[in-house]
Every structure is written in structure tokens, then in C-alpha cells.
Design a protein around this ligand. Structure first.
Ligand code: ZN
Ligand code: FE
Length: 256
């Protein structure tokens, strides 16, 4: 098996698209194409031919270019079975536990409701790559538009079970704003304070802070730490169940 070659394409205000190739088969995928132009430009620059669109959820800034890219390249669109009605042009429907084969690489599919009811994520274990859309961000998580705190906590729990070296390819550069909030609910976390300083330096120079790693998120992202005693004590919920603490952190962030 050969690992995916992955390129990040920044588009719109703060979206990241991921263009990736499995070298042996030559298959090329794009995760959540908000727009078509930059994807086609990058393919041309690399000499790659787009074969697949991989969608995490239905929002327009993730599926906006599905039909245009399909029309121009004949690519195949992969998306959530349970949300098929909202994924434009969907060809292959995947669900929890499915293994999506991409040349010699394989992605395990996770259903991760919370941000939307039909949100999914793709974990390419051999490439240490998690394409998680708007479920997990660097130091943050997606807003709960169509799900409950309990659902989102369970969804994030699926990611917490993955290896620390897994790279978190999330769909937005929200890291600095997330960091500003994170230090308010986990102020004594030295790893978080260090990360915050580094993020400020990176962003001052307009450098991407994504991908991060799951190991870093587990130790610094408050949304993965709702069961941590220090975080719970800080928000006045010592000894509470994780879902209650998670809901409190999420609602504080919504109003931050
Ligand atoms: Zn979204
Ligand atoms: Fe988004």
C-alpha cells in the first residue's frame, strides 16, 4: 500500500479542500469541493485527473461544486447513505463501518451526527488521515445545527479512539478564534497555552494551522476534554457527566 499524497487548497474565506492521490492506482479525490475552479487549477498544475468527490456533509460550502465537477470530469461522488437526498449527484452511498476502497488505500467510514444529522468522516488508516469535515476542528468542533450535545459527544468519541498520530484534515481555518475560547475553559493547561502562542505566530504570518494531529487535539481541544476533571472544575461542573459538560462548553462557545 502506498500512502495518499495530499494537497490542501484554501478557498472562500476560511475553507480548506483536500485533493489527494493514491499513487499506484492514480485515483484522485477531492474532499468537499465548495468551488470548482481552484480544484481544476490544482489538478492541472499537478497533472492529475479527478476521479472522485468525497463529501462529509451536505452544506453548500462542502458540496457546492459537486455537479459542476462531475459534469466537467465525469468523477464519481461518494457521500452518506442516510443523507443521500441532500448530496448533489451522489453515486456511492456509504455508512457507518463501511470500508471505502480507493486504489490500494482504504477509508473507514464513521457516521458522526451533530453538526448535521447525516455528517460522516473518512479515516484512511494507512495514511494517518482523517477527513472530518465540520465535526472536529483544530481546538474546536462544529456547531450543532441538526444534532444534540449527546450525539456530538458520541461522534467525537469515535475520533478519540483513533491513534494520536492521525492527522486531522478539517474543513476550516478556525483555529485562532477557537484557541482564544479554549483558554477560557482550560486556562491551566500548559500544552494548550503553548499551542495558543504557536497558533498566534502562525496566523500572524498567514500560515495554515491545519492539519493538526489527534494526539494534540486530545490534549488541548476542550470539546474532546469534557470529561477532564480540570475542565469540568473550571466551568463549575466538577464530577458531572461528560455530555452535560460538553453541552456547557458548546453553549459558551456559541455565545463567545
Ligand atoms: Zn458545515
Ligand atoms: Fe463548512
Amino acid at each position: 500500500m502506498s500512502k495518499l499524497e495530499i494537497h490542501q487548497i484554501p478557498v472562500l474565506n476560511d475553507n480548506y479542500l483536500y485533493l489527494f492521490k493514491e499513487p499506484e492506482s492514480g485515483l484522485v479525490g477531492i474532499v468537499d469541493p465548495a468551488v470548482a475552479g481552484p480544484v481544476l487549477d490544482k489538478c492541472r498544475e499537478l497533472g492529475w485527473t479527478l476521479t472522485h468527490i468525497i463529501n462529509t456533509h451536505h452544506h453548500g460550502d462542502h458540496t457546492g461544486a459537486n455537479l459542476e465537477l462531475k459534469e466537467k470530469t465525469g468523477c464519481t461522488i461518494v457521500g452518506a447513505d442516510i443523507d443521500a437526498a441532500r448530496i448533489p449527484g451522489i453515486d456511492i452511498r456509504v455508512k457507518e463501518g463501511d470500508i471505502f476502497e480507493f486504489g490500494t488505500e482504504k477509508a473507514r467510514v464513521f457516521e458522526v451526527p451533530g453538526h448535521t444529522s447525516g455528517h460522516i468522516a473518512y479515516w484512511f488508516e494507512n495514511s494517518d488521515a482523517l477527513f472530518c469535515g465540520d465535526t472536529l476542528f483544530a481546538l474546536g468542533c462544529g456547531r450543532l445545527f441538526e444534532g444534540t450535545p449527546a450525539q456530538m459527544w458520541a461522534s467525537l468519541g469515535k475520533f478519540r479512539n483513533l491513534p494520536d498520530e492521525t492527522k486531522v484534515y478539517c474543513a476550516h481555518e478556525y483555529t485562532e478564534a477557537n484557541a482564544r475560547f479554549a483558554v477560557t475553559v482550560d486556562p491551566k493547561n500548559k500544552a494548550l497555552q503553548d499551542r495558543y502562542q504557536e497558533i498566534r505566530k502562525f496566523r500572524a504570518e498567514n500560515i495554515s494551522t491545519v492539519p493538526s494531529t489527534l494526539g494534540l487535539e486530545k490534549s488541548t481541544n476542550p470539546f474532546l476534554r469534557a470529561d477532564d476533571p480540570a475542565v469540568q472544575a473550571e466551568i463549575g461542573l466538577a464530577g458531572s457527566d461528560p455530555v452535560t459538560a460538553f453541552a456547557e462548553i458548546r453553549s459558551r462557545k456559541d455565545n463567545f
